[in-house]
Design a protein around this ligand. Structure first.
Ligand code: PLP
Length: 397
């Protein structure tokens, strides 16, 4: 019996896909799969499961048989709770009926936002190094990604003057994410204010990804660009439950936006997603009821771990600034004579510690690696010990 001839399907794929690189994180983690000996500082997610009261609320709702679709917009009770939470966190109010959409993670919200506003050729400015999905999501929405480099010497804050230089008649959106994945950078309010003024002056939209906004350290208070004059009416605020509430697997996020933008995003969401899963929405409602009661202990423990990791990295001779938020550090490893990529590969090979090469987040991360410190403290100690031995061995060589 002859096997069916393999069809070449590659020429059937969308041309748009050819502009999209494979994720540098994914490439690297294929090397780690199946290796139980590896300590991973690679994946950007909390080490602890979702706090129990949140899990319990979902279990109870499943016991009651709540397994249906919800409104496309998300449960009304959840949208009301989101509106109250956002008013407290960002000092901006949104109407739960017309200005809030519950989504499948911030990932879906970002995708919807780009697809809702971009026409072919429209440019989106965003800061780099940045979260790996921004460039590809813009490309998939037929937009043109315009990364603006941030610098190690500025602790990866974004300079408004660099943003201004990148603005062209085709610019439609400025996308921001502070605190930032992968650097942990926070944006000085003076710079944020200047970027807000640029948005208003050039009549640009702004998408602000606030997924790490609860995870601030050293007593820092979060300030979002949406709070500046003239910004609420041109901003899509994207937020979710994955990081601060340790709910990555529930896949729940939301977008808050002026009604016209929310409606445009909803148009896409209703056909491609219908609604976010009801059990996750019930869990998210409980998460918002719990609020700081569950967030604060996790935040404090990340702060302790950040202090430990930054101290150890600097002591071993890797220059690492003290990031003000999120749960990442982004040390410069060039003193070892290695690029971030070679450092990550050799560290994995020799010490079984996994970190992500900085260039996975854009070329300005080339000298750096990203380490996620939302990892159990005993494993963090082992990872830092392994890294120190590795760095010392490079210096002798
Ligand atoms: N935005 C940033 C900056 C992230 O770091 C991540 C995940 O790492 C996401 C969005 C995706 O979030 P979600 O799990 O809500 O889809």
């Amino acid at each position: 019996m002859s096997l069916p001839r393999q069809m070449d399907l590659s020429n059937k794929l969308s041309r748009q896909l050819s502009g999209i690189p494979r994720s540098g994180i994914r490439d690297f983690f294929e090397l780690v799969i199946g290796r139980s000996d590896v300590i991973s500082l690679g994946v950007g997610e909390p080490d602890k499961p979702t706090p129990w009261p949140i899990r319990e609320a979902a279990i109870r709702s499943l016991e009651k048989g709540q397994t249906s679709y919800t409104s496309n917009l998300g449960l009304e009770s959840l949208r009301v709770a989101i509106s109250e939470y956002v008013a407290g966190q960002f000092r901006v109010t949104y109407d739960p009926k017309t200005e809030i959409l519950v989504t499948v993670g911030v990932s879906e919200a970002l995708d919807l936002a780009f697809r809702a506003v971009l026409d072919p050729g429209d440019e989106v400015i965003y800061h780099q190094p940045c979260y790996v999905s921004y460039g590809p999501s813009i490309t998939m929405a037929y937009g043109v990604p315009v990364p603006v480099n941030t610098r190690l010497e500025d602790n990866f804050a974004l300079r408004a003057e660099d943003v201004e230089k990148a603005i062209t008649p085709k610019t439609k959106v400025i996308a921001l994410n502070f605190p930032t994945n992968p650097t942990g950078a926070i944006e000085p309010p003076e710079e944020l204010e200047k970027i807000a003024q640029l948005c208003v002056k050039h009549d640009l939209l702004c998408f602000t990804d606030e997924i790490y906004s609860e995870l601030l350290y050293d007593g820092g208070q979060h300030k979002s660009i949406v709070e500046f004059p003239g910004m609420r009416e041109r901003t899509v605020l994207l937020h979710g439950f994955s990081k601060a509430f340790a709910m990555t697997g529930w896949r729940l996020g939301y977008a808050c936006a002026p009604a016209v933008l929310r409606e445009a995003m909803m148009k896409i969401h209703q056909y491609c997603m219908l609604c976010a899963p009801i059990m996750s929405q019930v869990a998210a409602l409980e998460a918002l009821h719990q609020g700081t009661t569950v967030i604060e202990p996790m935040r404090q423990s990340y702060e302790e771990r950040r202090n430990f990791v930054v101290r150890r990295l600097n002591e071993m001779g890797l220059s690492c600034f003290n990031p003000g938020g999120a749960f990442y550090v982004f040390p410069d490893v060039s003193s070892t004579g290695l690029s971030g990529r070679d450092f990550a590969l050799k560290l994995l090979e020799e010490k079984s510690v996994a970190v992500v090469p900085g260039n996975a987040f854009g070329p300005t991360g080339e000298k750096c690696v990203r380490c996620c410190y939302a990892t159990a403290p005993d494993l963090l100690v082992k990872a830092m010990d392994g890294m120190e031995e590795f760095v010392k061995s490079r210096k002798v060589a």
